[in-house]
Ligand binder design. Structure first.
Ligand code: C2O
Ligand code: CU
Length: 485
């Protein structure tokens, strides 16, 4: 998808630069990094990913410094077929240590990219190879897990797409749309975040909302043709829930957090809320018209998040109406993923996680059961356990999109009521103020796994715990002192 957009907007000078670097496949030493295409041998797909600094235009007249995987923001798209062995050779040309975490993907524990828990961070000048079999299909993403609130803000993220062997949704065209927020002054992380939020009245403490690294007039046209089946893969790499309006064009929700829907529903002019860390795949039968996808969040920055879907066959614009409601996964009945495996009359372990915020000497902290990481209590499990977790918001103010590494969980209930229809499987679940959800997972992937809020500023200020398997030790040589979200 980026290719189509890129050919339209890349000036000729840029093509000259990329032609030079293509000779060796190695990036030139002047700091210009270009994504290099993957190589395939047998069922192995190898990506060489160089992490380096760059500058990029975010909107007309605004160029900001970024950290990148492969020279672009978002980072190079990583795309494999289900069943292939993915190998990503990461070289770090940044001045600080980094990792790659495969968000939502059930990788073996030592490939999970959490410094101090599953590996040591990759130091400047070092390389590290991530390798795992792409067993499950769907829309995922990757990002650094070292000082992640800052490094993800700076651009260290990209899409991971695993194409299904037998995808029930064959399409003519697809676009990956990665949503994010940035600061106009180029700053990253939580500095002033909460105060900014409380005083500014906006929904986000960031002041530009982006799609694929661009805002406002810098967002390219996304071409389509009448009658095409169009798949949009939404990924939220930011820390704010975005409420996407698809120009009143009917869309079907066909996957959630990578998990294919068994009974896809058509959302009739509803907003699609995409919480931090979540993914939604939607299917559109392109009407005889173009349309705009925009963020309806009540925040000034949302005005700049407006994606022109341009119909090459038609100058009409689809008649847009005010939205009729909000798509709610808890009421959608779409039945996604292998939930039958998880459903059980009873559970081997039950945990309760109360989410809250409070003040400490250093400022605001975000707590699980009143504690701040690393003093939070881990969830101890044994391989094969069925584990039920109650996620209860005791926070009157902030959303907490909770994300579990290495596993999918079934959403059992919301506010004491079982989900309607067939359950959904997720890896990231938004808990709004005052809400309580019950989720369940099977402990089928031994290791030490993080379970944390994906407002990464909240994670960095405490809202993190781990799922620890009995008998699994952190590998020798891993420096635990670096265990910091
Ligand atoms: Cu996408 Cu631990 O995170
Ligand atoms: Cu949070």
């Amino acid at each position: 998808m980026k290719k189509i957009a890129c050919f339209v907007i890349i000036p000729a000078i840029f093509l000259v630069i990329s032609a030079c670097s293509e000779q060796t496949g190695n990036p030139p030493s002047d700091g210009v990094i270009e994504p290099s295409p993957p190589t395939e041998t047998g069922d192995r797909v190898i990506y060489q990913l160089v992490a380096a600094e760059t500058e990029a235009e975010v909107e007309p007249g605004l160029t900001l410094p970024f950290y990148t995987y492969g020279g672009t923001v978002p980072g190079q798209e990583i795309r494999v077929k289900q069943g292939q062995q993915l190998e990503v050779q990461l070289s770090n040309r940044l001045k600080e240590p980094i990792t790659i975490h495969w968000h939502g993907y059930p990788v073996p524990n030592d490939m999970d990219g959490v410094p101090g828990l599953t590996q040591n961070a990759v130091q400047p000048g070092e390389t590290f190879t991530y390798s795992f079999k792409a067993k499950v299909a769907g829309t995922y993403w990757y990002h650094s897990h070292q000082n992640s609130n800052e490094q993800v803000d700076k651009g260290l993220y990209g899409a991971l797409i695993v194409e299904a062997e037998d995808d029930p949704y064959q399409v003519d065209r697809e676009y990956v749309l990665i949503l994010d927020e940035m600061n106009r002054d180029g700053s990253a992380g939580s500095a002033g975040g909460m105060m900014g939020r409380m005083m500014g009245g906006g929904a986000s403490s960031y002041d530009i909302f982006t799609v694929n690294g661009k805002a406002g007039e810098s967002i390219p046209d996304y071409p389509v043709k009448t009658g095409e089946k169009l798949r949009l893969r939404f990924i939220n790499a930011g820390y704010t829930t975005h409420y996407m309006h698809l120009g009143s064009v009917p869309y079907k929700v066909i996957a959630v957090d990578g998990q294919i829907a068994k009974q896809p529903v058509t959302a009739d002019n509803e907003l699609l809320p995409v919480a931090p860390g979540e993914r939604y795949d939607v299917l559109i039968e392109v009407p005889d018209a173009g349309f705009f996808i925009r963020d309806m969040l009540d925040d000034d920055a949302a005005d700049g998040l407006r994606i022109p879907v341009v119909n090459l066959d038609s100058d009409r614009i689809f008649p847009e109406r005010g939205y009729s409601g909000i798509f709610k996964i808890s009421e959608s009945q779409i039945g996604s993923g292998d939930w039958e495996k998880v459903a059980a009359p009873s559970y081997d372990k039950e945990y309760h996680m109360a989410l809250s915020h409070g003040m400490s000497m250093g400022g605001v902290v975000y707590q699980i059961n009143g504690r701040v990481f690393p003093d939070t209590e881990p969830l101890d499990v044994r391989k094969g356990d069925r584990v039920k977790v109650t996620l209860e918001s005791r926070d009157p103010m902030f959303d907490h999109p909770m994300h579990l590494h290495g596993h999918f969980f079934q959403v059992l209930s919301k506010n004491g009521r079982p989900l309607k229809g067939d359950p959904v499987m997720k890896d990231t679940l938004l808990i709004r103020p005052g809400e309580t959800y019950e989720v369940a997972f099977i402990a089928d992937n031994p290791g030490d796994w993080m379970f944390h809020c994906h407002d990464l500023n909240h994670a960095s200020d405490g809202m993190v715990t781990t799922v620890d398997y009995e008998g699994h030790e952190i590998a020798d040589g891993i420096d635990r002192s670096h265990l910091k979200e």
